[in-house]
Design a protein around this ligand. Structure first.
Ligand code: 6R9
Length: 698
């Protein structure tokens, strides 16, 4: 069906572009263009891959991309079956490769891939690689917080460790389908725990170890795990974080609410804290080191259906309650592995490092599963990227000869501020591909990353995707395309993005609007845990017929996609998703806070900062102590990363007559665009705006 090709807008544009000779334009000419010069328009700036890079790439040219993309859209079943056939399936999937209904008007939203196929993700990550002869290859280079503190695991060693834990989990009664909450820092035990769960068909739910006791308790109460896995403490930079204390508080809270937990497996992280000083609840708490190593190093695999759940990961939405995003096994496996291979142009000789924490989706798909499924060697880093100084990342790159480096724009910007000398002090000659994720990367950070870190030789894969999508959706394929700094370029194979207007009508060509996706892809999330209605309402109702991403997007004249940020009440702080409603509900839980409205503001390093307008209860006076206490409340209820950057005292909030807070006005005040407040006449009391402006710098 060539109609797909004709209606698919970006294809038409890039087809005309693809008449450019592959690798046209030497890099040196481009550097002259990009260094320092301000461009009339970002979309006119093309950065070409070197011919040498393109020649060795999996996708060496626009033509090759176009061919493969067209095939993936015309025949998704055939395309994805072929991708899936590289994995081990105990039984092949049924005659129908996938089934989907993304149209709420036609009934229940439903997505299935490879149903009836019987497999196991852990088996495919480890046993399959070992059987192929790579058992002695390094799976994980682990680097501790303190330089010089490190370790390695080969594929065989990793499998043995995973099996020991899997056996212990079975011993304490964890069965297929049971939930296990993992609250660990970036120790090797974190990917080991994830893999052990998937080996026995248990559903892991990793909670980022920066979340507070209350957030952890909320997640525990929602998914009711059989076991929680944690460690006593961790060093991060120069700080020590006492994780076990946080877990104790969360478990107490959960027990108070009628959800007692029987088993808390605790890893003794000796370098941060000795077991003697760890608070302990006999009968419930068990030291990892006392039980896990005693278990056999082999463990039979629990074969599961492709559509059996693999993990739950909670993420923020526009209401206060976090959403348990559910991913299943088969499609997730095929998609994360395929995207990893193509978007990073992965080759078996690469050493790959993703700086994300396994507490986020990036750590699930591209620290643990995607790399291992490809038999890759990956770095797992426990520490902070600026400790002991801003050169740490490049020290690690040189130490392990990292060739693919994947991080977030916020880190790029913070290192950029520290100065080039921290980068150029190190060789970095092993690097060949760079990656970016979490938020739009601004063109100036892109250029610094490209020119200084990558010495103008490494393509940047700016991967746009979400917890919900499981894997990359819009991403450059290194070597295939000329890049544009700040654009995530084109959709991955099988992905059909569309841009719609407020009414949900698809817009063609050069345009801006809401980013939706019009057909399913293998690693799409299948539901929100225990709340399929919320899944349908949040993602499939705003624009019937499509999956709505929550992001705004522009497509330029050449068909390149430019993500412009969230259009809902979600703020993106240093790549972490935070719902404004979550912060607001934490603030109003403070006894002296009557009302709160939170908006995102531009922040030089974090991308967005959190700006909170706070109304106090009658007769309470503003003070510095109160400001601190409000911020502390948010830290305690959500986590330090959600602490507001600014508290703005608000005698009243701008509301419509129906009582809806006009965030549009608050955003303008927060970003000091005071002459662009727009129409305030629909407000119930327009004078509150003047009051707010008076208090701008209090
Ligand atoms: C993977 C991840 C998802 C939201 C997403 C968007 C933003 C992520 C981006 C990006 C522009 C990129 N986002 N990657 N925006 N360019 N390369 O971050 O998942 O934590 O669920 O956040 O992050 O706004 O909607 P998640």
């Amino acid at each position: 069906s060539t109609t797909t090709l004709k209606t698919s807008d970006h294809l038409r544009h890039v087809e005309s572009m693809s008449t450019l000779p592959s690798g046209a334009g030497p890099i040196s000419r481009l550097n002259a263009v990009i260094l320092g010069e301000s461009l009339a328009s970002e979309e006119d700036h093309l950065v070409f891959p070197s011919e040498a890079f393109s020649m060795q790439a999996h996708v060496p040219s626009p033509q090759k991309y176009l061919e493969t993309y067209a095939r993936s859209i015309e025949d998704p079943a055939g395309f994805w079956s072929e991708m899936a056939s590289g994995f081990f399936w105990k039984e092949r999937w049924g005659p129908q490769v996938y089934a989907e209904n993304l149209d709420i008007r036609k009934g229940k939203i439903n997505i299935e891939w490879f149903k009836g196929g019987i497999t196991n993700l852990c088996y495919n990550c480890l046993d399959r690689i070992i059987e192929s002869g790579d058992g002695d290859k390094i799976a994980i280079f682990w680097e501790g917080n303190e330089p010089g503190f490190d370790g390695t695991l080969t594929y065989k060693q990793l499998l043995a460790r995973v099996c020991q834990l899997a056996n212990w989990l079975k011993d304490v009664g964890v069965r297929k389908g049971d939930a296990v909450v993992i609250y660990l820092p970036m120790l090797m035990e974190l990917p080991i725990s994830m893999l052990a769960c998937s080996r026995i068909g248990a559903v892991h739910s990793v909670v980022f170890a920066g979340f507070s006791a209350e957030s952890l308790a909320q997640r525990i109460m929602d998914c009711k795990p059989k076991v929680v896995i944690t460690c006593n403490a961790v060093r991060r930079g120069s700080k020590i974080i006492y994780l076990k204390d946080i877990v104790d508080a969360a478990l107490a809270e959960s027990a108070r609410n009628g959800n007692p937990l029987d088993v808390c497996l605790t890893y003794e992280n000796e370098s941060a804290m000795k077991r003697e000083s760890t608070k302990w609840q006999e009968g419930r708490d068990i030291w990892w080191q006392d039980v896990v190593p005693k278990h056999p190093t082999t463990c039979a695999v629990e074969w599961v259906d492709a559509e059996d759940p693999l993990f739950l990961l909670y993420t923020s939405g526009s209401t206060g309650k976090p959403k348990g995003v559910l991913h299943t096994t088969g499609g997730y496996m095929v998609y994360t592995a395929t995207t990893f291979k193509y978007a990073f142009d992965y080759k078996p000789s690469d050493v790959y490092w993703c700086t994300a924490d396994c507490g986020w989706i990036t750590g699930h798909s591209y620290v643990t599963y995607g790399p291992l499924l490809n038999g890759a060697t990956a770095v797992v880093f426990e520490g902070a990227p600026n400790y002991p100084d801003a050169g740490r990342c490049w020290d690690i790159v040189d130490k392990f000869k990292v060739s693919i480096f994947y991080t977030a724009p916020t880190l790029v910007r913070s290192l950029m501020r520290e100065g080039d000398q921290y980068v150029t002090r190190y060789s970095r000659k092993s690097l060949r591909v760079l990656g970016s994720v979490g938020e739009p990367i601004n063109p100036s950070a892109w250029r610094w990353y490209f020119n200084v870190v990558g010495e103008s030789r490494c393509p940047i894969s700016d991967t746009w995707w979400q917890t919900e999508t499981g894997g990359f959706m819009i991403t450059p394929l290194p070597g295939a395309w000329p890049q544009k700094p700040g654009s995530a370029t084109f959709p991955f194979f099988g992905v059909q993005p569309v841009i719609v207007d407020e009414k949900g009508a698809e817009i063609e060509g050069e345009c801006s609007g809401y980013l939706c996706v019009k057909s399913s892809w293998p690693s799409a999330f299948r539901t929100l845990y225990g709340d399929h209605e919320r899944y349908e309402a949040t993602y499939f109702s705003a624009f019937p017929g499509y999956y709505f991403t929550g992001d705004g997007c522009t497509r330029d004249k050449d068909g390149y996609y430019w993500l412009t940020g969230r259009v809902d009440d979600v703020i993106n702080v240093s790549g972490h998703r935070i719902g404004t409603a979550e912060v607001e509900s934490a603030l109003v839980s403070h006894p002296q806070c009557a009302e709160a409205a939170v908006v995102g503001v531009e922040h030089e390093v974090k991308g967005q900062g959190i700006y909170a307008f706070v109304t106090l209860v009658e007769s309470v006076l503003y003070s510095e102590d109160l400001r601190r206490s409000l911020i502390l409340t948010v830290r305690n209820q959500i986590g330090a990363f959600a602490a507001p950057d600014k508290i703005h005292w608000a005698p009243g909030l701008p509301k419509t007559r129906s009582g809806k807070i006009m965030r549009r006005i608050l955003r303008k005040i927060a970003s000091r665009q005071l002459d662009e407040l727009g129409d305030t006449s629909t407000l119930a009391d327009p004078s509150v705006v003047d009051e707010l402006i008076k208090l701008v710098d209090c």
